[in-house]
Design a protein around this ligand. Structure first.
Ligand SMILES: Cc1ncc(C[n+]2csc(CCOP(=O)(O)OP(=O)(O)O)c2C)c(N)n1
Ligand SMILES: [Mg+2]
Length: 342
């Protein structure tokens, strides 16, 4: 059995993402920032279990649904929130907002909000690591709709031909057609029986894993990331997530309010679709219930971890809200490569 401290840390890392994003929803509704945004609630276990396997020299590329990936990799919650609010202290000095959050200090130099847009960049970065004989690898996170894009096929095909060290993590949160509401993105539509048939046809070893099962995710990523490192070649994984009922593009909701730790101790959330999701499909609740049953954690520890995370996120909100706006002159600074001087 793994060390209880390791389990607590993993739980804390997942909770940090959830509590952070609840504040993002609250801030958006309070008019704290303009424009739409996306949250990672219900997919936290994927980012956390991938990042546990990474080394400092590894790189990550991601999408508009990026908050969880950055937090799991160790980005500062305060500087992320400041960026989402457009403040000068933000990770990208207030220029990127939620859709393009990036932090090169932790190996996350760029985020693409184009469906499939990060895949050629990530694959090129993996080629760069190979040429530099770096021990690093690349992880590319993307949604299932990326498989509808030509960029996906080019990138994955080249990764196979060039033999570059990259793990493609496809987070499949597609809504079944019968459950889609008006205005929701359909996500993917593919003429293949399952997503992994596509990378397999390009000779990329590919697996499917349940995104609500933390133990399965840990086992899967431990194995695949070790394979990417030792073989210096590509792997593909489809993580199947049941979409959280609040995941409404482009304006997420918090049905049932903030996530409640009591749901792990028998309390039932409302409405009904949230209760059904919390019962089987929430990776956080599944993990927590498993730890409680195994005696790895008790109620007091679980509440103490949550309190610690809530305080950390409250500090992050305070930091972001009290941060200054960027100087107007900042708008054109750093947007183009410096002029060449003769
Ligand atoms: C090339 C392109 N087409 C359309 C959009 C608009 N768009 C933003 S998110 C999205 C759905 C993406 O679904 P998926 O890749 O499964 O990711 P998810 O949001 O479900 O995590 C679409 C169509 C876009 N950003 N880029
Ligand atoms: Mg999707």
């Amino acid at each position: 059995m793994e060390d209880p401290v390791k389990h607590q840390k993993r739980l804390e890392n997942m909770l940090r993402i959830r509590r952070f994003e609840e504040q993002v929803v609250r801030l958006s509704k309070a008019g704290g920032f303009p424009g739409h945004y996306h949250v990672y609630i219900g997919q936290e276990a994927t980012a956390v279990t991938v990042c546990e396997q990474l080394e400092p020299h590894d790189m990550i590329f991601t999408t508009w649904r990026n908050h969880g990936h950055l937090l799991a990799r160790g980005a500062s919650p305060g500087r992320m929130l400041a960026e989402i609010l457009g403040r000068a202290t933000g990770l990208c000095r207030g220029k990127s907002g939620t859709l393009h959050l990036a932090d090169k200090e932790i190996g996350m130099p760029a985020t693409s909000a184009m469906v499939g847009g990060a895949l050629p960049i990530a694959t090129g970065a993996a080629l760069g690591l190979k040429h530099r004989r770096s021990p690093g690898i690349v992880v590319a996170f993307f949604g299932d709709a990326a498989l509808d894009e030509g960029a996906f096929y080019e990138a994955v095909n080249l990764a196979g031909l060039w033999k570059v060290p990259i793990l493609y993590v496809c987070e499949n949160n597609s809504i079944p057609p019968q459950k889609r509401r008006r205005g929701q993105f359909p996500s993917s539509s593919l003429n293949a029986a399952q997503l992994i048939d596509v990378p397999r046809a390009l000779q990329i070893p590919s697996e499917v894993v349940d995104g609500a099962d933390v133990d399965a995710l840990c086992g899967c990523f431990r194995k695949l990331i070790a394979e990417v490192r030792t073989s210096a070649s590509a792997r593909f994984v489809e993580v199947r997530c049941t979409r959280w009922p609040g995941n409404v593009p482009l304006w997420p909701e918090l049905p049932g309010g903030e996530w409640n730790l009591e749901w792990a101790f028998g309390a039932k959330p409302e409405p009904q679709d949230l209760a059904a999701w919390a019962e089987k499909s929430d990776p956080l609740l599944n993990y927590l219930r498993g730890l409680l049953e195994a005696g790895t954690l008790d109620r007091d520890i679980a509440f103490a971890v949550d309190a610690r995370v809530r305080n950390e996120i409250a500090d992050a909100v305070h930091f972001a809200e009290s941060s200054p706006w960027p100087d107007p002159a900042e708008a054109t600074r750093g947007t183009f490569a410096a002029e060449r001087r003769t």
